[in-house]
Ligand binder design. Sequence first.
Ligand code: CA
Length: 249
Amino acid sequence: MKPRVLIVEDEPGIADTLQYALRTEGFEPAWCATGEEALVRIGSEAPALVILDVGLPDASGFEVFKRIRATSDVPVVFLTARSDEIDRVVGLELGADDYVAKPFSPRELVARVRSILRRSAKAAATAAPRSEKPAASSVSVAPPLAVDEGRMQIRYYGRPLELSRYEFHLLKALAARPGHVFSRDALLERVWGNDTESMDRTVDAHVKTLRAKMKAIAPNDEPIRTHRGSGYALAEDLPAVPTPAARPD
Ligand code: CA
């Protein structure tokens, strides 16, 4: 069965090019031009992946993405046209699976689609047996972090971090060996698999969002250390309770 890919794009020229490229590569493309229609069709057609333009006539792609995530885990690739949009997606504050900047090469986009679908198939295959285990048996602790595999949740100083899938796996990898310096390549391989489309910048962007989320809980601690030229490590010397702010006298 051909994987169905829903294109949400208001420019017919771009949608046509994409549909052609996807069809040629063995996918079954579908197209709609508004966020509203996209939400309806994701519900009724259950596409394997969604390509979502950020600039839509009825709503921003970011807003549509949030509404998709309220009901569905379908992988989403953003199409972005402006650099400020790219910043927002690369920051992955939204937890999208990938993005492609306009103008893009249809071949490159189709390659990304293929690699994301391969990844999500792999994740589904490994998630199945894990869900049969009781969640309590899969909690590992690297204070002040506690990684709960079953729930795909990580607590930091007792408070749950709201993490995207990649942020979760990235922090889990770092927490498995506090103090160990992981190279960007090693993290790419562990967290993203051997996808050649992933880049060092992907790791950096996710570390940045992870730090921001951890800072919201403990503003004065630096849990993820940068080792220039080598990579990242989880700090071994984090305090048992968050460091209080130094008060000016
Ligand atoms: Ca547009």
